[in-house]
Design a protein around this ligand. Structure first.
Ligand SMILES: Cc1cc2nc3c(=O)[nH]c(=O)nc-3n(C[C@H](O)[C@H](O)[C@H](O)COP(=O)(O)OP(=O)(O)OC[C@H]3O[C@@H](n4cnc5c(N)ncnc54)[C@H](O)[C@@H]3O)c2cc1C
Length: 540
């Protein structure tokens, strides 16, 4: 039985917003995400500043994030997986995971290169061609070339820094390929040994005598107990630790304080929460530099670069070059250099606030609490600010400004008629009047300081980053794998929860450290690898 809290997504019946190459309509559709989830984002290096609390999107639909994400499809570096091995996840070296990265994909560009790519997996991947680049992407890329970054052909090739056309998981028809329609194909759904229950939430697991015995589900107000001796929890890095904690598996003190009977006292459940801390610098684009077609993929280019900070790996930084910053008329006029620390070190925590499954977990990312992350995000901000204000961009951009996912911006990104009407009225006026443009942008950005001030004042920039840092919807690490002797590991290297029989975790929670990658492909790779282990175990 496969249980999903959100709605079904069937092959051949995929709604237009989910199938589309432009993914933001799906991401900001409230029907596709968990309601009421708010998280604490930034902290300064001393954990002193109050964190900014913001809504945070996590998928609630069959296929999870793969059904609504930004469709970037990449893997991370060989060093990421060597790092996993060094933390105790001994069976997850690059050599061990590469076969699964190949297995999951059909690479439409490089499938014939058998060393690094696959040509017969469920998930198609292809790259945005340079000939498709919008004017803004072309011009920003040539600024970065001027700074010495070279053009590269394959984001999933040999790990090297440079400028790439983004690798995306789109099929030959340019449609999103989510796990709900590829892995759960019509043939798989027809299997007699598979039952899929959607719009059904798991409330808690039943655990007794060191063994999982099943779980409780609720659908349309009806509660049911399901008996099972093997359960795999794949609820994502925020909801998996919450489900375990509600079921009595987690830090004993926390559970007792909430009246939850402690079944397995494991301190690591909910700890080690990782994300990629991000910040944007945006530009209101001259008409010729815009993407034009609202249905086209917008994050067309990627700059992978190295901060050079000591003890950080090559390619620890990522700047996505986007020719559109929202689904609506104003968003279509804004280009963004959206940067994130691809190898981040700040760690936060997920803890249930109540044993009631209706109450969202409390999530504190503590982004930038590790000074190395703050320092590198500041470098990224300055790099992007300098690139967009360079003389070579003068014909491309009309106004450059620091951009944020402020609450006001998120409200404007919600998919609804009000936002559509409002933005289509104001956008043409912003084209004509610099005064209106500056005023509207400043209002949406919630009083951020002007770009020039931030570029020239380190203290001010650090405050800006601490307040406005976002993530990339890449939470992970909250039930990390490790050695059985590691008191903070939650599972062994097969994803089996330490101290319990029959209970497995298989999702982004398992990651011991965050890879230099968008997480969808790494998560699918992990699912492929763990399913091989489970098949063997269950057969034996
Ligand atoms: C807006 C957005 C944009 C992103 N962009 C990209 C991108 O461009 N490229 C990329 O590689 N990655 C991207 N990601 C990240 C990527 O999609 C995720 O890292 C990946 O999907 C995580 O997989 P997961 O299995 O850990 O969790 P999820 O994909 O979140 O799946 C968890 C599933 O469990 C369900 N669930 C949770 N709790 C319960 C419960 N109690 N009962 C029943 N069901 C439950 C959820 O509804 C969800 O469907 C993005 C994610 C988001 C949200």
């Amino acid at each position: 039985m496969l249980v999903e809290a959100g709605r079904n997504l069937k092959p051949g019946e995929v709604p237009e917003d989910i199938a589309a190459r432009y993914p933001a309509r799906a991401q900001f559709n409230p029907n596709n995400v968990w309601p009421g989830l708010r998280v604490s984002m930034g902290r300064d290096g001393n954990n002193r500043a109050a964190a900014t609390v913001r809504p945070y999107e996590q998928a609630r639909i069959l296929g999870g994030g793969s059904a609504i994400n930004g469709i970037g499809g990449n893997r991370g570096s060989p060093d990421d997986y060597a790092e996993w091995v060094s933390t105790g996840a001994s069976s997850w070296s690059w050599e061990s995971v590469l076969p699964y990265f190949k297995k999951l994909e059909t690479d439409l560009d490089f499938g014939s290169d058998r060393e690094l790519h696959g040509d017969s997996g469920p998930i198609p991947v292809q790259r945005v061609r340079r000939s498709e680049f919008a004017g803004f992407i072309r011009d920003a890329a040539s600024e970065f070339r001027r700074l010495g970054y070279e053009e590269r052909d394959d984001q999933n090739g040999k790990w090297e820094t440079g400028l790439f056309g983004t690798a995306v998981n789109l099929d030959r028809d340019g449609k999103r390929a989510s796990t709900a329609t590829t892995y759960l194909s019509a043939a798989v759904r027809a299997r007699s040994n598979l039952e899929i229950r959607t719009d059904t939430r798991v409330n808690k697991l039943f655990v007794a005598n060191g063994t999982v015995e099943g779980f409780e589900i609720v659908a349309h107000g009806r509660v049911e107990r399901i008996v099972a001796n093997t359960v795999v929890v794949s609820a994502g890095a925020l909801h998996t630790p919450a489900l375990l904690q509600r079921s009595g598996i987690g830090p004993g003190e926390l559970l007792q304080s909430l009246g939850v009977t402690v079944r397995v006292d494991r301190r690591g459940v909910g700890r080690n929460l990782l994300e990629h801390p991000s910040i944007g610098v945006s530009a209101f684009l001259a008409p010729h530099a815009r993407l034009g077609d609202g249905g086209t993929y917008h994050l067309q280019g990627v700059l992978r670069w190295s901060s050079g900070l000591s003890n950080t790996p090559a390619g620890d930084m990522h700047t996505a070059i986007s020719a559109r910053s929202g689904w609506h008329a104003v968003g279509g006029r804004i280009g963004t250099l959206f940067s994130w620390v691809n190898k981040s070190y700040s760690r936060g925590e997920v803890a249930i606030a109540s044993s009631d499954p209706n109450v969202p977990p409390s999530v504190d990312f503590r982004l930038l609490s590790d000074k190395r992350d703050l320092e590198r995000l500041a470098d990224a901000f300055r790099l992007c600010g300098a690139a967009l204000t360079a003389p070579g961009m003068a014909q491309t951009v009309l106004e450059v400004f620091p951009s944020t996912y402020s609450e006001r911006v998120k409200k404007l990104l919600q998919l609804n008629l009000r936002n559509q009407v409002l933005t289509s009225l104001i956008a043409p006026i912003m084209d004509r009047s610099a005064l209106v443009r500056t005023g509207v942008l400043a209002m949406a950005q919630d009083g951020t300081s002007p770009l020039a001030a931030l570029m020239n004042d380190e203290e001010l920039l650090n405050r800006h980053l601490t307040k406005h840092v976002g993530g990339v919807w890449h939470p992970c690490g909250t039930c990390r794998m490790g050695a059985a002797t590691d008191p903070l590991a939650v599972t062994d290297t097969d994803g089996k929860v330490i101290g319990l029989e029959g209970l497995y975790v298989c999702d982004a929670s398992l990651m011991p450290t965050i890879p230099c990658a968008n997480l969808n492909f790494p998560v699918i790779m992990m699912a492929e690898k763990i399913s091989d282990v489970l098949k063997q175990k269950l057969a034996g």
